[in-house]
Design a protein around this ligand. Sequence first.
Ligand code: GAL
Length: 680
Amino acid sequence: MTNPRMDGFRNRVGGLAFGGDYNPEQWDPDVWREDVRLMRQAGVNVVSLGVFAWASLEPEPGRYEFGWMDEVMDLLHDNGIAVDLATPTAAPPVWLTHLHPEVFPIMADGEPFGFGNRLHYDPSSPIYRRYAADITTRLAERYSFHPALVMWHISNEYGPTAYNEASSVNFRHWLKRRYGDLGTLNEAWTTRFWSQVYTDWDQIEVPDIPRAWMNPSRILDFKRFTSDALLECYVAERDIVRSFRDDIPVMTNFMRFYRNADYWKWAPEEDVAALDIYPDPARPDSHVSAAFQFDLFRSLKGGQPWMLMEQAASAVSQWKLNVVKEPGRMRLGSLQAVSRGADSVMFFQWRAGRGGQERFHSAMLPHSGPGSRTFGEVTALGREVELLAAVAGTTARAEVAVLFDWNGWWGLEEVGGLPRNDFSYADTVMRHYTPLWEHHYAVDVVSPRGDLAPYKVLIVPNAYLIDDHGVEAITAFAHAGGTVVMSFFSGVVDECNRVRPDGYPGAFRHLIGAKIDEYWPARPGERFTVRFAHGRTASADWWREDVHLETGTALATYADGLLEGRAAVIANAYGSGRVVYFATLLEEAAFGAMLLGQVEAAGVENRFGDVPAHVECSVRQDAQHEYLFLLNHDAERGAAVRLPGGGRDLLTGTPATGEVTLPPLGAVVIQRALQASQAA
Ligand code: GAL
């Protein structure tokens, strides 16, 4: 499905977008002129302007200063640089918080957030919303038809969770819409437990500051509500800018593994999904987690290209130790995003600030200026991004999907009272994704409401909480011939966080072909041995389940402990499909091998089976061409990769056939014409 607004954006930009956050309000006009000269030198074609500029645009209530922005917009346009114009509402000015201290979010510790940071607003505050709407309207009035404008960037990284009175009022409205009447709410929240029955809507508040056990259904709804309250803020500003002009794409920027906003609900409200990502160069596996995020962002809007909205040119400044990106690492990470569907390479930020909290955050143009290593690499990357223009608008295809669900995440990590309370959803998802990444399988990410029809294999990591719709979709997928790989503690509770009836795992008992009598989390340090059919053994820890097989069979059993001889991994034929269920945490190598075995058995294509794990391989395509990206993440070892056919190396402009050699941290992008049959 194409989006005419994004088609327009691509035509204007002429390929992939390249640029970053630009904060001219922090600099003198002389610097602006040097900026645009150097931007042109670096190949910048888009900047995100005005992200936190509210105080510079409206220094006093109702007094606007647009002169500087007029000048900057004109200057950028005259130099062929387009503008992704931000509404500045992520950082309310101090006068607003003085006039109306109630806009400050009350934090989980009961204290107002205070001034001096950013995101200091309660998303439910009508006052905040009124002022945000006003500045958005002023900007839209003034710049909607400015020739530099190519995109609206609404606010920045929506995030605050607020425990204010205004939030309680809005929470009640939200609950009324969800449940209709109090009886249904009381039932959904199991309020007879500990005598929590509500008899009037006004008795309902946002959950108290978490000092003790809270009702787990109320917490879950508060998480959903918080995401929706933030989304209301986004939609309100989006609708304002759209009311002036409807053909400009509108987006906001998201974060990696971010728990406070359900991006599946947000993405349909945007023209493009956009990600800010800061992989830690000190962590050897951060590019694998980045790959997952990139696949998620491509999937958020059903395979449409997404935007890499922010990344660091080198070091960040928010961690205790901020390691630089070694030469070549920034280029590789940028190409990695493009390889997985990004139509842009953008940074935070263009010019490194002299002061402020992020003065040591790297930039496209660092403190050491245009002669620096980083600026050299940025300029070289800008040229390469231009060479990849043909990739813009293309997408990727996958036969394997990983289920990713914010509701399930909240259920596992936010509510407490589980058999064990140290689940990490991000870790479990990465445990399932990593073997697929290492073996170069293309992967999409799906929500429980997503379309599962295109896939041969569905991976379901620890789906403790899943709604009926998700249960039906997964069950129907297996029934129709799909392979489901599911891990323990899945299908346990419904969307209200109530244990499903008739024994565990209530939702998936027939699917996995077994009943689970009890969940047996391991004691600290406890390990088990698991034996496979051919006599091989592997170790397991952290979790076991007291499994009673029904239609399922054991692929592996415990070789020791109280569950000796009982199933640890189950296979079950279901309809025309197959389900494999891991009832324990198998050691990584054994788990990866079994997961990959299922993927292979399901007949999933793997064109890069022989390529070493450190060379990431992915494909984008459109009706005429495919683009093979080969990225060597190893800083010491080179690699030789046999190409599946001839093509043209887009970065060197030379023909590519047979074998290509990648130096350490090297990358190639091969364009190949598709036969009509392959393009279908
Ligand atoms: C992002 C944010 C930017 C900048 C960047 C680097 O989260 O949107 O404004 O702060 O991180 O820390």
